[in-house]
Design a protein around this ligand. Structure first.
Ligand code: NAD
Length: 621
């Protein structure tokens, strides 16, 4: 429908509010956003206990724009209303009655209309209550406190601040004034880059679930029992992901002490969750009852799905997949959690490559939402469809990717890290780089992240890559940090010092090492402002993403954004690296890369020169 013919919600709501006869909203299902705003303009609200009521606009970078910011505080009080509008979280009909958001509850859907009519009739002798005519008292302190908390709760975002301003107007100004301001600010928020980014993120997650070659009719295998091989950091987390979804798991190890450590870790994690009130003791017991363990690989024989999470060594993993080929039952899906190794090689080793794929969980596996599902050359649609169904049961956001070194997320991270090291080579300090990326909205900068993961892990990858390419041993300043025995948080020192636990403190030793390195290479240090640092690093992500897209390792540009939003802490209000690039302008991204002396990916250059965007690739796909 053309915009000018679309129903005018604000106009309709004003008429409802003034309507001389009683209007009662009978609510079942979802009354979210505009739906709840209509209900708030009615004189009475009646709901079913399971109805969902809320104002989720903040999650899309906008604000309730049809009276919600003015009516909800007048009905519930400013504090309660602010909580609902800033979290965007809905409440049930039952909770809504307790809050005073609805006037009465119907027992169920079937009785809803009758209950609503009866309620309205019972009020017939009363004057019509109009929320717009109510007054709400609020201490101005409430609003200053809410504003002060925003940098922690909604860092970098525009619309939450506007919501607080409007809630304050509801408390302090006549309705008409707040209503007019709301209309104006709604348009401002809706047309902002943040709202575009959050809408993009919303649709990108839905698009990721659509996988070429997998349809509703693709046969699936039933997964009732899972084996996880390796009880280390990842194996334990992966096991808990399944247990949390009520799927029985057998944890298989080679070393008894590693097994008991892994089982302990799982128990302690659940204890911690009980202590924090996140799960009940009964839930903990229920999950642990689904867990068995074994030191014998034969135990995989009963599994419908095996997830291998042993050491990151081709030799170890190849051996395991050979064994799985013999031991796993016919039709079992065989998955590896490798971060870097070639899934095709493991598939071949199993002698049943159609059953094999990668399930790349992120650490901590029971917490992180992202799952890269690695489709190898011979993976059958049935195997893939089964894995995607399992991912959905685990509550993960699955993104299908192809085989390459580091898959999508980590491969881009290598490029990002190289750009970060390059900036330090040229004069930036590690702490300046980290601070700039935190200001951009990431939870931490690249060097803090390296220290947390362990510098030896990235170093091992670089050593392997150098060998594979016939290049000399890597010898940058981070490699020298590793050789000095400074491996990051776990050794109490890495790029940063850690005198007290996990809090990074700039290290004079690292500064000396970097200075000596620059002098040796003849680099002339210069300084970089925060914006230059941000643009260089995010452009490095974008450049690698363009290579990944042209190789077909990712199916669509928006999938790459989903990976960065759900697995790497990329701020959702920026929509992901490629949405950022589209918003910044691809010609600008090319210029940043050229200034940094980086080769520009041909696809990126082509898009920039033809005035297109990454989203145009998805639109034509
Ligand atoms: P880890 O060293 O903590 O655990 C590996 C475990 O596997 C050890 O307990 C070891 O005893 C066991 N093991 C080794 N060979 C085995 C065999 N043949 N059979 C059974 N168990 C065996 O390692 P991790 O950090 O948990 O990593 C496991 C895998 O997950 C690696 O492939 C890694 O690349 C990948 N991964 C790790 C992360 C991460 O952040 N740590 C993230 C994603 C993927």
């Amino acid at each position: 429908m053309p915009r000018e013919q679309a129903p005018d919600l604000r106009g309709f709501i004003s008429r409802l509010d003034r309507f001389p006869k009683p209007v009662v909203a009978a609510i079942h299902g979802a009354a979210l956003g505009g739906g709840l705003e209509v209900a708030l303009a009615c004189h009475y609200r009646v709901a079913t206990p399971t109805a969902k009521l809320g104002l989720p606009e903040v999650t899309l970078g906008v604000l309730p724009g049809a009276g919600g910011t003015q009516r909800l505080p007048r009905l519930l009080g400013a504090e309660q209303a602010l909580g609902m509008m800033l979290s965007g979280q809905p409440v049930t009909g039952k909770q809504a009655l307790e809050l005073g958001l609805v006037d009465a509850l119907a027992p169920g859907d079937a009785e809803l209309l009758d209950t609503a009519l009866e309620y309205a009739q019972a009020q017939a002798s009363q004057p019509l209550p109009r929320i717009s005519e109510r007054r709400v008292e609020a201490d101005p302190e409430l609003f200053s406190q809410a504003r002060a908390a925003l940098p922690q709760t909604h860092r970098g975002q525009l619309s939450p601040g506007l919501i607080v301003d409007l809630a304050q107007m509801a408390a302090e100004r006549p309705f008409e004034e707040g209503w007019e301001a709301e209309g104006r600010l709604f348009v401002q928020a809706k047309d902002s880059p943040q709202a575009r980014a959050l809408r993009h993120a919303f649709f990108a997650e839905r698009a990721a679930a659509k996988v070429p070659g997998v349809t509703r009719d693709t046969p699936r295998r039933t997964v009732g029992q899972v084996s996880v091989i390796g009880a280390g950091t990842m194996g334990g987390g992966i096991a808990m992901s399944f247990l949390n979804a009520q799927i029985p798991v057998t944890l298989v190890e080679v070393r008894a002490e590693a097994l008991s450590r892994g089982l302990d870790m799982i128990r302690r994690t659940y204890e911690g969750q009980v202590a924090k009130g996140r799960i009940t003791a009964a839930e903990r017991d229920g999950r642990l009852a689904l867990l068995t363990s074994s030191l014998d690989m034969q135990a995989v024989a009963s599994a419908d799905l095996v997830v291998e999470a042993a050491f990151e060594s081709m030799e170890v993993k190849r051996g395991i997949f050979e064994e799985l080929g013999h031991l796993a039952k016919p039709g079992a899906v065989l998955a590896t959690n490798t971060s870097t190794l070639d899934v095709n090689v493991l598939a071949a080793a199993s002698q049943r490559p159609g059953d094999v794929l990668g399930l790349h969980f992120f650490s901590p596996a029971h917490v992180m939402r992202l799952l890269e599902v690695v489709r190898a050359d011979a993976t059958t649609p049935e195997t893939l469809a089964t894995a995607l169904d399992v991912a959905a049961r685990l509550g993960k956001v699955a993104v299908v990717v192809g085989v390459c070194d580091g898959f999508v997320g980590n491969r881009m991270l290598y490029a990002y890290r190289r750009a970060a090291v390059d900036l330090v080579d040229q004069g930036a300090s590690p702490e300046a780089v980290d601070a700039a990326l935190r200001d951009f909205g990431l939870p931490m900068g690249p060097f803090e992240m390296n220290d947390m993961a362990g510098l030896d892990i990235g170093h091992a990858v670089r050593v392997r890559q150098a060998h594979e390419r016939g290049e000399p041993e890597p010898d940058g300043w981070v490699d020298r940090t590793v050789r000095a025995g400074r491996l990051g948080q776990k050794t109490g020192a890495g790029i940063y010092d850690y005198p007290e636990g996990r809090q990074p403190v700039p290290s004079p030793e690292t500064a000396r090492l970097i200075e000596a390195y620059r002098a040796e290479k003849g680099y002339q240090p210069r300084s970089f402002d925060s914006e230059t640092i941000q643009r260089r690093l995010v452009s490095a992500l974008v450049n690698e993403a363009a290579e990944i897209l042209s190789e077909g390792v990712a199916q669509r540009a928006s999938d790459i954004d989903v990976i960065y939003l759900t697995g790497y802490g990329f701020p959702r209000y920026r929509g992901g690296p490629l949405q950022w690039a589209d918003e910044t302008g691809l010609a600008e991204v090319v210029a940043v890369l050229e200034q940094a002396g980086q080769p520009v990916a041909p696809l990126l250059r082509e898009l920039a020169e033809s005035g297109r965007r990454f989203s145009d690739l998805d639109a034509t796909a």
